[in-house]
Design a protein around this ligand. Structure first.
Ligand code: HEM
Length: 547
């Protein structure tokens, strides 16, 4: 085929070179046509100039304060813009509310699946079993397989199921109270510095063990964490490094980079093994229970609802591993950030303590679920999640070319008329920075960057007044996006909110919290607190007994 190769004497070498050149040509043509398609469709969008040809803007994203660069770009370029990732890849960024609802909503969610790079993470969590119809776990699944996962999991996350778990949330928080009280009673000082992040992790993990599958991780008894608890600790407390930057930057272009041997991969392997061990132990018990025993834990409910007997031990291990991964750190970080915010505002803390102490009995599910039973607590938790969303951004990819509707039309450019629709070619990577949507001044007011829980109470009152007067909505809708929305909305949202509130009620009734050090946030899997200038995630707060 290539004349210049006639000089190569070996036939096998000629064939090899020809095949290589052909592949490279096809790759280049595809790359070029993709580039032309993207430039034609998205070229008119504004966005930052990439500082590096190789890495695009990825380094800036990686080293900036978590989420800060998205806030800066939103201010400069608006609700729809693009930026370059590594190797000239292009990321469309949207915070336009209509566009976000379209991409995540019930009708189109499967047209905008998670990119392979994001799914590759979730695949590492579980070992695919040929016996397991549901594949690799709900976080990984797409399309009909995902819908099947949601149907399987939903009985374990409905209101009644979470209502039944409420006493576990209270018991685990009470164990932490015992431990802290012991420490304080032993000390000559009236208050002590506790690493609240460490304890929030312990509460969250012990809670999930008991609520998920009656397994007591027993990390609240001051023992050094072992087994799965130890692996999760080291896995989630990772520090920034150049290798983790490269992994992060190349993930969407080369998802298989995750297959490279490394510390995280090794730790995930260990976590899977530890999870399988636990499942083997608890699985048999759950299966042996009588039909009428009435499941209480997530595992028992899943087994009870499994009328087609398709759940195997592997399936349960996969599902539980996914749930721990999705729910453990997210919840513990919100508990930590709330206590941090309260430690900065003694007057708010005192008002909240008064509210949660008015009735000294254990809080009921209704107290914690309804937003008007403990209104200040509800407002404080919502405000914490607004300003400290554990997951900063969602990623999606356009499975097919299509048009996304916008609430605010894009201004016209010389080659492109103004339009309230955006054409998005197949393969477009989409980022949805949740933190930006939760801080937009046009929606949340000029004090959007401030921690001010009262805004939720004012907003709820305003809505009540509007409802009573029959008037439709007066201001921009305030959506808490931290749990996502639509078809893939967080299945553990109620579980998380009720747990977080239960823990706060119990802790606030017994202890006062005072700022001990300057704290900053950093991204591990989620956005965690740490002492300014330090590497490890800790949240030291001075804790004293309520007298
Ligand atoms: C404050 C705590 C939490 C936050 C902020 C949070 C946030 C989120 C977000 C943003 C997503 C969507 C991810 C995406 O589509 O890319 C998600 C999905 C999910 N979350 Fe949560 N989560 C929390 C707690 C929990 C808990 C406690 C559980 C389980 C016990 C849980 C289980 C899940 C699962 C299974 C999914 C996948 C749902 C699906 O793809 O259909 N989460 N969560």
């Amino acid at each position: 085929m290539f004349k210049f190769l006639a000089a190569v004497p070996q036939l096998w070498l000629r064939v090899l070179i020809e095949v290589g050149i052909s592949f490279a040509a096809v790759f280049l043509v595809r790359l070029l046509s993709r580039k032309i398609r993207f430039r034609h469709a998205l070229g008119h969008l504004p966005g930052p100039e990439p500082p590096s040809w190789l890495w695009g803007s990825e380094w800036d994203v990686y080293v900036s304060e978590p989420g800060k660069i998205y806030l800066d770009w939103a201010e400069k370029y608006g609700r729809v813009y693009k930026f370059r990732g590594a190797l000239r890849s292009m990321m469309l960024t949207i915070t336009d509310p209509r566009a976000v609802s379209y991409v995540l909503g019930a009708e189109h969610a499967y047209d905008y699946p998670k990119p392979k790079g994001a799914r590759a993470w979730f695949k590492l969590l579980v070992i695919k079993s040929p016996l397991y119809k549901l594949g690799e776990g709900v976080l990984y699944a797409e399309g009909e397989e995902h819908a099947h996962h949601r149907r399987t999991l939903s009985p374990a996350f409905n209101l009644q199921a979470t209502r039944n778990l409420c006493s576990i949330f209270v018991d685990c928080a009470s164990k932490a109270v015992e431990k802290w009280t012991e420490e304080l009673d032993k000390s000559p000082e009236a208050s002590l510095e506790f690493d609240v992040q460490y304890w929030a992790n312990r509460i969250s993990l012990d809670t999930f063990g008991l609520a998920g599958f009656s397994h007591d991780f027993d990390t609240l008894s001051n023992k050094k964490p072992t087994g799965l608890a130890a692996v999760l600790d080291s896995l989630t407390d990772s520090n920034a490094s150049f290798s983790s930057f490269v992994l992060h930057a190349l993930l969407f272009t080369f998802p298989s980079i995750l297959k490279a041997p490394g510390r995280r991969r090794k730790m995930l392997g260990r976590a899977r093994e530890a999870m399988s061990e636990i499942t083997t132990r608890v699985w048999a018990n759950a299966k042996q229970r009588g039909e009428d025993d009435g499941g209480k834990t997530i595992l028992e409910i899943l087994v009870d609802a499994d009328s087609e007997n398709e759940l195997t031990e592997d399936a349960i291990a996969a599902e539980m591993m996914t749930l721990i991964f999705a729910g453990y750190e997210t919840t513990s970080c919100v508990i930590s950030w709330t206590l941090h915010e309260l430690s900065l505002d003694p007057s708010l803390q005192a008002r909240l303590r008064e509210e949660v102490s008015a009735n000294p009995s254990d809080p009921s599910f209704d107290d914690l679920y309804e937003d008007d039973k403990l209104p200040l607590l509800d407002a404080v938790v919502q405000e914490t999640i607004r300003l400290h969303p554990p997951i900063l951004e969602l990623h999606r990819v356009a499975a097919q070319s299509g048009t996304i509707p916008l609430s605010t039309p894009l201004p016209g450019t010389p080659g492109q008329p103004a339009s309230d629709r955006l054409f998005v070619p197949r393969g477009t990577l989409i980022a949805i920075p949740l933190n930006v949507m939760q801080r937009e001044k046009s929606v949340w007011g000029d004090d959007a960057d401030k921690f001010r829980p009262e805004r939720w109470i004012e907003y709820n009152n305003q809505r009540e007044r509007e409802k009573a007067s029959g008037k439709t909505h007066l201001g921009a809708e305030r959506r808490l996006m931290a749990f996502s929305e639509g078809k893939r909305v967080c299945i553990g949202k109620t579980f998380a909110l009720v747990e977080i509130k239960a823990v706060l009620v119990i802790l606030l009734r017994h202890f006062t919290f005072t700022k001990a050090r300057d704290i900053e946030d950093f991204v591990s899997f989620v956005v965690r607190p740490r002492v300014k200038g330090e590497k490890k995630s800790t949240l030291p707060i001075r804790v004293g007994k309520v007298v």
